[in-house]
Design a protein around this ligand. Structure first.
Ligand code: ZN
Length: 459
């Protein structure tokens, strides 16, 4: 394992991201038959501070959003007050939060007002508390982060290679893996790195559709039973696209930083083109694309209600485009995404010109300036190049104006939906899923109205 300290995205322009307090209780609220009562209660209770977290259904979940919102306000928008406000939030939250991250079953076994009070979530709370500790150095954040890690039900079995994913809520648990990444980065406990690497492997081999999306009806399927194929005729809700893309972007970036391996970039790219870029654009009044539908003769639709969770993660994942394109270490630059862009590094200005993914053969890097720098290009695992699945590296002393041309070669290929239904395939070209629409094969992101069909029987 190659551990790369400081291996992180370095975009041309750092994104200024004040993350919205994403309101992700839509699924629960709808299940409970509620209107917007919960949101109103947050505002009114905010004045009665002692009762704020105590009277709310999802204190852990809400506290989590406050933590990262305030951390981002401090570090990206330079809001000094956010530091104090976060400390006050912690004072209040610790009085009412449970002694560990409770599963749904544990919440149900404890006294509760009604079933909606058993749906609290702690999945990304440790991730965000570890970040708060890194920014502010307050040991309280570190201790809380450790306390709310989902160790027993999640990270422990995953670290031992046990596939406990089937049945779990898909987006929440991919997101939860980012808490494992931060735990490893802060605590240096190899268990967490093993867990998230194993989980990625399980997801890629047993949960991913051709698009790189996962979780029909928002749940992981049981492997080896042909459940992904079965889902094509049982639901239209195959992949919670903006939330899922956001979670997969984040996890892929963590894994690239921690391992330096290129195939995590392949997974990020796949969900970029077939996930979030294939979503309908944001609509007015909180109208948002939610589920990708991979059934036959499908159509792309907006979620019926305004402001679901995906209306929060949609802009978040778009803001992440910049931080997913380039990474660096002490030696040089990693080109992860092939996008028209410019990156500056140690006196060099690298300009990327490309028509990828429409053209896989003609990407040019123009390098201005002089100095030693390794430029590493991700060669996707699907490429027919001999060095597929690695970084092609040019490490040299650059002098003045120079250019590097390179191509990634690939024909279309058929990708089976799962290991039981080897003849039910999607057509892939490079990172793109091609769907049948209007009598021809087109990239999924080109489809607006449909209908379209993703999978077909191979003759
Ligand atoms: Zn969502």
């Amino acid at each position: 394992m190659v551990r790369r300290q400081g291996f992180r995205a370095r975009p041309r322009v750092w994104p200024v991201a004040v993350r919205p307090f994403a309101v992700c209780y839509e699924r629960e609220r709808r299940s409970a038959g509620e209107g917007c009562e919960a949101r109103g209660r947050v505002r009114s209770d905010a004045r009665g501070r002692e009762s704020f977290y105590a009277s709310y259904r999802f204190p852990g979940y809400t506290f989590d959003k406050h933590v990262i919102g305030l951390v981002d306000a401090y570090r990206f928008a330079k809001v000094e007050q956010a530091k104090k406000t976060l400390a006050k939030c912690v004072d209040l939250a610790v009085k009412v939060l449970p002694d560990h991250a409770l599963t749904r079953e544990e919440q149900a076994a404890r006294p509760h007002k009604d079933v909606t009070y058993t749906w609290d979530e702690f999945y990304t709370l440790p991730e965000n508390l570890f970040i708060a500790y890194e920014i502010f150095g307050d040991e309280r954040y570190l201790e809380l982060a450790k306390k709310y890690l989902h160790d027993k039900p999640f990270f422990d079995p995953l670290s031992e290679g046990k596939n406990i994913l089937p049945g779990l809520h898909a987006y929440s648990h991919v997101n939860c893996l980012s808490s494992g990444a931060r735990a490893y980065m802060t605590l240096r406990d190899e268990k967490y790195l093993r867990a998230i690497k194993n989980a990625w492997d399980m997801l890629e081999k047993t949960q991913w559709f051709a698009s790189g999306g996962w979780g029909p009806n928002e749940a992981f399927v049981e492997p080896g039973k042909g459940k992904l194929a079965e889902s094509l005729t049982k639901t239209h809700n195959h992949f919670e696209t903006p939330c899922g893309s956001y979670a997969q972007f984040k996890l892929a970036r963590y894994l690239m930083r921690l391992t330096g391996e290129s195939h995590y970039g392949d997974g990020l790219e796949r969900i970029l083109y077939n996930g979030i870029l294939a979503a309908l654009p944001m609509g007015p009044e909180g109208k948002t694309f939610y589920y990708s539908d991979y059934s036959a003769n499908a159509k792309k639709n907006y979620f019926p209600d305004p402001w679901p969770c995906c209306s929060g993660t949609y802009p978040q994942v778009v803001a992440d485009y910049l931080v997913s394109a380039y990474f660096h270490d002490d030696d040089g630059i990693y080109v992860n995404l092939f996008v028209p862009s410019e990156v500056k590094w140690k006196g060099l200005t690298i300009t990327q010109e490309t028509e990828y993914p429409e053209s896989l053969t003609g990407t040019t890097l123009r390098i201005k300036g002089s100095g030693q720098c390794a430029i590493r290009l991700r060669i996707p695992g699907w490429s027919s190049r001999k060095d597929a699945g690695s970084f092609y590296t040019i490490n040299r002393n650059w002098r003045g104006d120079e250019a590097v041309n390179f191509g990634i070669f690939e024909d279309t290929r058929a990708l089976p939906i799962d290991d039981v239904n080897s003849k039910l395939v999607a057509t892939m070209l490079g990172p793109l899923v091609l769907v049948q629409s209007g009598g021809k094969l087109v990239p999924f992101y080109e489809v607006q109205d449909g209908p379209y069909t993703t999978y077909h029987e191979k003759s």
